[in-house]
Design a protein around this ligand. Structure first.
Ligand code: TRP
Length: 456
């Protein structure tokens, strides 16, 4: 039974370490690169509001469910689903949920790594003084130069994948724990410094107004906001589940989830407040797309005192934030190969890493030689590049679907006595959580899906 299981991959040394690792997974490019640019593309205020609602009503309850399933199953998401379905005498077919997560994780990492590569190259560009006194146009052409060069993108993508494989191969405990302990607070501090710079631009309130004044949004925008709630909290594909499987029984899932979600949200909002004032002060376009932070923040670094140092530190920390997220994207797949194929962590990481690297080539080419090739799927999306297609399919479809079925499994398939035992929380809190994952969360996800395809 569940009570006797232990993870063959080891256990976190303390609750704090688990929270740091999960926060390390959650806080990444999603908060600093993706959130501002999709908020910009979708008109700001209302998008942010829907995103915050999704974090609270969908994200937090699903995070609790994912940690709970992981801790009870104590294996990779694939084997956890098999074990839990068996414990509950349910259909073993639930294993597909684990598989979908593994596939989503590796698809996400394939493009995540390319973007992390951009951040790496910006460490050197900033350090070399390329942005000192630069204009908005100058920053823009430096960015365009980078992404139109497939060789450079490929080199950085390769380096980032090697970094990710190295840490995953060493095991979750050595390395990750230390990295997140020191680096996350530092990232926080630097974001603050940039926000303070943004206050001096004279356009701070324009940025804040853009982020928080409700306007209009369409069904697609709502779907993107919900998809991002999953993406930013690392939910819906088993990353948090597998981290939960290394968590010991005497720690509170509820408290940990709330802390992680709060930290993640604060980082995203800070990033927004750092970026939009710079956008407006320089007459830039909030909807500029994936290049947004690379076309705005360098302006700040080029003009603030000590900007070169702040910039180098900032992009370095961004790379670390991406790194601690990337490892969680392939940990489920690696854990599975170790469990079922008897591979060592090293071999498993290299296999998955090479495969991911290969798919990443598609994203590398999306910004240059394949720039004019787009894909469409009727009712779902149209005219997206390879990169945008992967991002859309994973963040807006696979993660919410994964989350939906995680909620259904936790609340409708598992017996209440099992979930109550594993959650081990105050009866009232348990009731609220159970109600949310049983009714509100699944309903919300379904409504947003229907709205996005125009069915309601
Ligand atoms: N949450 C990370 C970010 O915001 C990305 C990430 C890590 C992720 N693990 C994940 C996204 C699992 C979805 C699923 O950058």
């Amino acid at each position: 039974m569940a009570e006797q299981r232990t993870s063959i991959h080891g256990q976190w040394t303390s609750r704090t370490v688990f929270i740091l690792a999960a926060t390390g997974s959650a806080v990444g490019l999603g908060n600093i690169w993706k959130f501002p640019y999709i908020a910009g593309e979708n008109g700001g205020g209302t998008f942010v509001l829907v995103y915050l609602l999704c974090i609270a009503l969908i994200g937090v309850p699903i995070m609790m469910a994912e940690i709970m399933l992981g801790r009870r199953g104590k294996q990779s998401p694939i084997n956890t689903m098999i074990a839990l379905a068996k414990d509950e005498n349910r259909n073993p077919g639930w294993v597909w949920l684990g598989w979908m997560g593994v596939i989503a994780g590796f698809l996400i990492l394939s493009y995540y790594s390319v973007i992390a590569g951009w951040a790496m190259s910006y460490v050197f560009r900033t350090g070399g003084g390329m942005f000192i006194g630069v204009t908005a146009d100058g920053v823009n052409s430096i960015f365009t130069d980078l992404v139109s060069d497939p060789e450079r993108l490929l080199a950085w993508h390769t380096i980032f994948m090697v970094m990710t494989m190295t840490i995953v191969a060493r095991g979750v405990k050595n390395g990750i724990e230390k990295a997140v302990t020191y680096l996350m607070p530092l990232l926080f501090g630097l974001l603050f410094i940039i926000v303070i710079y943004a206050m001096t631009t004279g356009y701070f309130m324009d940025g804040v107004r853009f982020l928080f004044t409700p306007g209009s949004i369409d069904g697609k925008g709502i779907l993107i906001a919900m998809g991002h709630a999953f993406f930013t909290l690392s939910l819906g594909m088993g990353a948090i589940m597998v981290y939960g499987s290394y968590l010991s029984k005497d720690h509170s899932i509820v408290q940990a989830s709330i802390l992680i979600a709060l930290a993640d949200t604060v980082v995203a909002l800070l990033a927004g407040m750092a970026i939009f004032p710079i956008v407006f002060a320089n007459g830039l376009e909030p909807g500029a797309g994936p290049g947004l932070i690379f076309q705005t923040l360098p302006i700040a670094f080029g003009h603030m005192p000590g900007g070169t140092m702040v910039g180098v530190l900032f992009f370095t920390l961004l790379v670390f934030a991406a790194w601690t997220s990337a490892i969680s994207l392939i940990e489920p797949a690696v854990a599975y190969l170790v469990e079922n194929k008897g591979l060592s962590r090293i071999y498993a990481s290299v296999w998955i890493g090479v495969l991911t690297w290969f798919v990443g080539l598609g994203t590398v080419f999306s910004f240059n030689i394949w720039k004019d090739h787009t894909l469409s799927i009727p009712y779902i999306f149209e005219d997206l590049s390879f990169f945008d297609t992967l991002d859309y399919l994973t963040a807006n479809i696979m993660l919410p679907l994964g989350g939906l079925f995680i909620a259904i499994f936790a609340a409708w398939v598992m017996k209440e006595e099992s979930t109550k035992d594993e959650m081990a929380t105050h009866p009232l809190i348990y009731k609220v959580w159970h109600f949310l994952v049983k009714f509100i969360t699944p309903l919300a996800v379904i409504v947003v899906f229907l709205k996005a395809i125009g069915a309601i």
